[in-house]
Design a protein around this ligand. Structure first.
Ligand code: ZN
Length: 259
């Protein structure tokens, strides 16, 4: 599992981004597929999730996920939401790509294979936030909205948070059209997040766009940590929707405030 040493060192929040290693799934889902909806055997996904959660010392049955609709919905969740976990029996919290909580032991989760997991950890352990951001989420500035929601809901300040931008597709492997590039540049308020790559094509740096949006929301630049790992370049370590042309597993980002 991948962790941000700086968030780990702060000592107040448990977090991890899973890789594709260490699970029981086979074929395109080999081996640690955390997503139920991709066509894998549900019992294998349950086993994989159990392994990841127990490796983190996470409380059982406390998982919460959003529906992940590539929107900008951010929900405040608590103990009553545990079990809304993006399983075959629950779509997760409806219309939601971002989750925040101040409740101990509620395990926020999001599921990605190229999209960016954005982790927000209060340095004193008072709250956590987790965002699923693909280009649509970036174009809607969902990382910034999650910071705002955290601060409003719990009376905190943006500079109280450490942020992690997890393994996801890099600009090296992410070519998009002009409309997508311009939407993300506008939302991030930075032209450098997308660079020309031939006729009307652009290389989009989703991680840099997320970083800019967090900074725009008031998170201190020195408190934002960005994984340099590209999920598409590193198929040995990660699932990549683009590299696999669709049929693949999902990694999870997981966060909770320990009891
Ligand atoms: Zn790459």
């Amino acid at each position: 599992m991948f962790v941000f040493p700086e968030i780990e060192a702060a000592g107040a929040i448990c977090h991890a981004c899973t890789t594709r290693l260490g699970g029981v799934s086979e074929g395109p889902f080999a081996t640690l597929n955390m997503g139920f909806h991709v066509g894998d055997d549900p019992w294998r996904v349950r086993e994989n999730r159990g392994r990841a959660l127990s490796a983190m010392g996470a409380p059982g049955g406390a998982l919460v996920a959003g529906e992940q609709v590539h929107g900008d919905g951010v929900a405040v969740v608590g103990p009553g939401d545990c079990g809304r976990e993006w399983s075959p029996h629950s779509p997760g919290v409806p219309g939601t790509d971002g989750l925040v909580t101040a409740s101990r032991g509620v395990v926020l989760s999001c599921y990605v294979a190229d999209c960016v997991p954005v982790l927000l950890a209060h340095r004193g352990g008072r709250a956590v936030g987790l965002v699923h951001a693909g280009w649509r989420g970036v174009a809607l500035a969902i990382p910034a909205k999650a910071v705002t929601t955290l601060c409003r809901a719990f009376g905190l300040e943006p500079h109280d948070f450490l942020a992690g931008i997890g393994p996801s597709i890099g600009a090296c492997c992410y070519e998009v059209g002009r409309e997508v590039a311009e939407a993300c540049q506008a939302a991030a308020r930075s032209s450098s997040v997308a660079r020309p790559a031939g006729s009307d094509r652009f290389r989009l740096d989703l991680k840099e766009a997320c970083r800019r949006e967090l900074e725009n929301a008031g998170v201190l630049p020195g408190d934002i940590f960005v994984s340099t790992l590209c999920t598409s370049c590193r198929n040995d370590l990660f699932f990549s929707y683009r590299a696999a042309r669709g049929l693949t597993g999902r990694m999870a980002a997981l966060m909770f405030i320990p009891e």
